[in-house]
Design a binder for this molecule. Sequence first.
Ligand SMILES: [Zn+2]
Length: 385
Amino acid sequence: MKIVTQVKLMPEADHAAALRSTLRTANDLACWVSEVAFVNDVPREYELRKHTYAHLKASGLGAQAAQHVIKKVRDAYTTLRANIHAGNLGKSTSKRRIKAQSKPIMFRPDAAQPYDDRCLSWQYDQQTVSIWTMRGRIKKVRFVCSADALKVLQRYRKGESDLIERDGAFYLIATCEIPEAAPYEPDHFIGVDLGIVNIATTSTGYQATGRQLTRYRKRQLALRAKLQKKRTKSTKRRLKERSRREQRHVKNTNHIIAKTIVTEAARTSAGICLEELKGIRQRVRLRKPQRVALHSWAFAQLGEFIVYKARRAGVPVVYVDPAYSSKECADCGHVDRLNRISQATFVCRSCGVVAHADRNASRVLARRGENVWTAGRESRVPATP
Ligand SMILES: [Zn+2]
């Protein structure tokens, strides 16, 4: 499975200048290639190369960098087409779509530029890279990352990396190809219920409350509101920094939750059952104060982390439809809107069982997961005559 790992470059001043001018030039030229693609209607790589390669080389890009610029432009148009096709930009009459189609795709001066192994090499033990720039190859550029990330890079980095600039700092985003463990046959399933008050509740009793995250976000929101009143350049920068810090915080929390759930599953030979996430924003009806609590991307990210860690550990994961899981009794299967008497409490109208609402839902999900797995296994293994 592919993942990306990010490292921060710590270049000397002159090296930083070389990286910056390289990114600027590559992106300026990408804008130019994009115009050529747009005007001549040649989004295909081969034709685009015929129109642009010589000029790119003459502008000082190396052969690899020129190819990467052309490919980057081609990929951007492919993505735009796919997005239009998928309806992500609305109908053919929508303003957004018309705007997107009426002019060439632009590249920001600090947009990502891909590097392959011929223009970028890694020295993991020294924590340095050697990287091609418009001013020649620069060597021994130090990079920093976590010890875990370094291990992953050293073992699994493969293929292209992207160079980006963000708030004046340079980062490399490396692709890593992580091996997966063969999934085992699970003894049982752990259901994971996702929500706002409790971010994740499992059928085996683990619960990650959203209280801390909500409190954190509230504080951030208050600070943001204060900053937003002043529309200066520095407050804009600080707002951006804040939102990034907040994203890192959520990401960190999600990592911990995912690790806890997957570790338990692996230890007890269990599978994990997740809700299909498409509808989480619609499903979780938010009262106004909760709207600040968590974005749907945070849940999607938690799901991704669980799947990623599970695949590495060989833990089977199944998805089920979460419909009515909060209204169904895990003990007797009775479905009733009135079963859930409050946010926290579930009382079955049929068998009278009293349970924590999210815990009950996670047990319902666990059973559905087991059913999905069994049905899948029966269809995989032909019946013996
Ligand atoms: Zn019941």
